[in-house]
Design a protein around this ligand. Sequence first.
Ligand code: ATP
Ligand code: MG
Length: 296
Amino acid sequence: MPKALFDSRDLARYRVEDGRGFRLADHDPGDTHEILTKEDAVDLLQAGIRDLAALQERLAAQDRWSLLVVLQAMDAAGKDGTIEHVMSGVNPAGVHVTSFKAPSQEELDHDWMWRHWKALPERGRIGIFNRSHYEEVLVVRVHQELLAAQKLPAGLAGKQVFQERLRDIAAFEDYLARNGTRTVKFFLNLSRAEQKKRFLARIDEPDKNWKFDCGDVRERRHWDAYHEAYEDAIRRTAAPHAPWYVVPADKKWFTRLVVARALVDALERLDLDLPPLTPERLAELAAARVELESER
Ligand code: ATP
Ligand code: MG
């Protein structure tokens, strides 16, 4: 029996709906919500997965809203494992995961949002962005030479570009909310020390070697610049209809629990009631029953 519950009220300390004054330093990557043990969390995660599966079924049946889930993090924070565990009970037909890598030549021939528009979830679906449009104000901000590859007309790629993109992202998510797509965004907040531990495990343990990418160690050198970029992105794009969750990521079991609960909470905030049965529909159902029963 879990000693403690972990419900929507407990999520508030991780949720950012108003970015003014937001500071990453106020969020502890090692937090596990003092009352929880790993065993409690595993049971609670199972409950969260069941709730999520039931809500996803209603989302699909109602076929009006869709949910966009954005996952952002430094390397080795556990994005892939979080998706795998949290979505394990959900009907795969109702979910679509898109992993955004460095843009292709075709993608660079369009504006930066183009590839993200195309990947948005259909009504009734959950779309997961494993990395997302936020990379445009994260990796591109940290490595500004990437901007040059984007072939913007002269004069449009100046210093102001990242503030403009943050405004555009906020407007994009606002637009989506007004058209039936809710966005919920996660920053898996890993500590620098825990990242080092995980990289070393990937080097030392043969069954983890495949996960090790030497480029990740190069990116780690830019830790502070990334964190400044994340802080600014969260400040400028947190909103009640598109909240950020800053999820402690040093303990994977806790990360998964928070993400599962936050998705349940996001779906519970939507009115997922099925439309009431009309007299016409009831008559149709009755006629179908008569036909089936009269079969021999
Ligand atoms: P994993 O390492 O677990 O497979 P990952 O998300 O790190 O997951 P990689 O293929 O290692 O996947 O990395 C994808 C890379 O693509 C990241 O370094 C990311 O910063 C980069 N990327 C994503 N979007 C953009 C973008 N818009 N512009 C430039 N680089 C991008
Ligand atoms: Mg990687």
